[in-house]
Design a binder for this molecule. Sequence first.
Ligand SMILES: *Cc1c(COP(=O)(O)O)cnc(C)c1O
Length: 361
Amino acid sequence: MTTYNFAAGPAMLPVEVIAQIKADLPDYKGSGMSVMEISHRSPLYMDLYEETKADMLEIMGLDPEKYDVLFLQGGATQQFTLVPLNQARKFHRIAVVDSGHWAQRAAEDAGKVPGMSVDTVATAKDNNYTAVPKIPVEFTHDYDYLHITTNNTIMGTAYRDAAVPKLDLPLVADMSSNFLGEQYDFSKFDLIYAGAQKNLAPAGLTVVVFKKDWVHKNDDLAGLFDYATEAKKKSALNTPPVFQVYVAGLVLKWIKSKGGLKGIEALNQEKAKTLYDCLEASDLFASKVDPASRSLMNVPFVTGDKELDQEFVKAAAAHHLLNLKGHRLVGGMRASIYNAMPLAGVQALCDFIQEFEDQHK
Ligand SMILES: *Cc1c(COP(=O)(O)O)cnc(C)c1O
C-alpha cells in the first residue's frame, strides 16, 4: 500500500525528485563528490545557483533584469523581521492584513523592530478566519508597504490571484504554503518570501524574490541581514544551503515538466475539488471554510466530535494516510495537498473518509 504524507510541512516532495536525488547523491555531475560536499564557491554551485534562480523567475513569469532571488536560511519566520528591517525605512510604518495565525506572527515580529508601527488594516477575526478579508486599496496613513499572507496554512484559506489588487503601495507577501502552487500575476508583488519546506525543497531554505528597484543597501545592517548585500553576494555571503538549493532546482524542473504553473494549478485544482466534493457529500465530515476562500493546499475538516476526530486520524494512519491531525489552534483534521501530492493520494483519502463514515453511521 502506498503511503501518503499529508503533513503541512515539512511536506512531501515529488517521487520523481526523490528518485533523482538518490541517483545523484554519491557523485554530483561526475565531480566524484556528493552535492552535499561541494563548495559553495565552486563553478558547480555557481551554475546550480544561476540555473535555479533563472528557472524560478521563468516559472513565475518575472524578468530577471527586474527581479532577484535570494536563497537564505532562517525560515519564513526570520523574514517577519528582515522585511521591515530592510524595507520599512521611510515611514517606519507598515500595514498588515490579519488573515490568520502566520499573518499575526508576521505583524507581531514586525512590531518588535525598534521604532516600527504596525497597523492592521483588515482582519478576518469577525468570521473566525474562515474567509480571507478583502485587501484594502486605500489607506489613511503613509505606509512603507502592505503585508499579506497568500495562503493561510492553519485556517485553510487563501487569496486567489483575482483577490490580490494592484496597489500604489508596495506589496509584500508571505507565500510559504502556496509558493508555486498556483498562478499569480507575480508582478503585483514587490517582495515575496517563502519557507521551502512546504512546496519547494527540504527545510533549511528560504526564498526571497524581490523587485530590484525597491531594495537598496542598508549600511547599518549586518550583511547577512541586508537584502542588497546578499543579492550582490549571490546569496553566498556565508555558506548557503547547497543541498536544499539543489533539490529546489530539481523541483523547479519537475514543475516545468508539468506545464509550469498553469499545469500545476490545474492538477492542484483537480485535487482540491476532489477533496472538497467528498467533504461536501459527507454527512459526517465538513469543511468550515467559506467556499470563496478555500485553499488549494491546506484543507482543514472536522466531524464535530473531538474523540471521533482523533479516532479518524489514528485509523487513517493505519491505512498509510499520514499526518492528518489538525493544527492545535483549530483541532480536527487537516489534509495538506501540496504540489507533490498525487491525485491518487487525495482519492485514497476520500475513499477512506467514505469507509470511515460508513462504519460510523
Ligand atoms: C510554515 C509557515 C511559516 C513558518 O515557516 P518557517 O520556515 O518554519 O519559519 C510562515 N508562514 C506561513 C504562511 C507558513 O505556512
